[in-house]
Design a protein around this ligand. Structure first.
Ligand SMILES: Cc1cc2nc3c(=O)[nH]c(=O)nc-3n(C[C@H](O)[C@H](O)[C@H](O)COP(=O)(O)O)c2cc1C
Length: 226
């Protein structure tokens, strides 16, 4: 798959086949993710790749703590209540996903089920826990760098037929993830990526999220008018 096609066609995948993903393929994907640029070439990211039995206690721990009312615990926040245009975009993608899944607005049970899927990392066969070096945590550039590597990982996976969703919900109870995956204390858990072979029958996988148009995004300064 060429780069333009990979970028244009990639979308978040939230329904997976149970089939395992070969380690060699994941190593290939991570080699490409590692080509991301980073500030001063610091490469502050770490990927902990879980599958099979070790992934199950992450799913159950995350879910049980959520149901037990344990306050979400993570190093960085992405669940602040968005306002204005950000809130509008957040609602827009949620509506697209719920419409695809046939989940009605007032169907609390199925909405809750959807949330629980996220906490179970959408039952993906692989979870990549994305960390960065703790001594750089207050340095937001390290998060920028780790984000670039994570996008590279997702794109490289997509180009090989693998689907993924970057999934903050999956590490919402980070202490469980740290314990099970034995993540060293000098690393901060930023997010995870649920990854596997896309289930073509899972309708939410077909949702194409909307984007701002080019005239709406950049400002060009010093260019001649066309
Ligand atoms: C940092 C980050 C965290 C995310 N967390 C979640 C999540 O917890 N649950 C989820 O379903 N999608 C999550 N997503 C996926 C976004 O919802 C998705 O990328 C966005 O709606 C655009 O859709 P697309 O990836 O299909 O283009 C996350 C994406 C990013 C970059």
């Amino acid at each position: 798959m060429d780069l333009n096609t990979a970028i244009e066609t990639r979308r978040s995948i939230r329904g997976f086949k149970p089939d395992p993903v070969p380690r060699a393929l994941l190593e290939e994907v991570i080699a490409l993710a590692n080509r991301a640029p980073s500030s001063m070439n610091t490469q502050p990211w770490h990927f902990h790749v879980l599958t099979g039995a070790p992934l199950e206690p992450v799913r159950t721990g995350n879910t049980e703590r959520l149901l037990g009312g344990v306050t979400p615990s993570r190093a960085i926040e992405d669940y602040a209540a968005y306002d204005g245009v950000h809130r509008k975009r957040q609602i827009e993608i949620a509506v697209q996903l719920f419409e695809a899944m046939g989940i009605e607005r007032d169907d609390k049970e199925r909405r809750q089920d959807w949330v629980m899927r996220g906490f179970r990392q959408f039952d993906a066969p692989v979870s990549v826990v994305v960390c960065c070096d703790r001594d750089l945590l207050s340095n937001t550039i390290a998060q920028f760098d780790t984000g670039a590597a994570t996008y590279g990982l997702v794109l490289a996976a997509w180009a090989r037929g693998l689907g993924a969703v970057i999934n903050g919900q999956g590490i919402m109870q980070s202490p469980v993830v740290r314990e099970v995956a034995e993540i060293p204390e000098d690393q901060v858990i930023l997010t995870c990526v649920a990854l596997g072979w896309p289930d073509e029958g899972f309708v939410a996988n077909d949702v194409v999220s909307r984007r701002r148009s080019v005239p709406d995004t950049p400002r060009f300064i010093g260019f001649d008018a066309d």
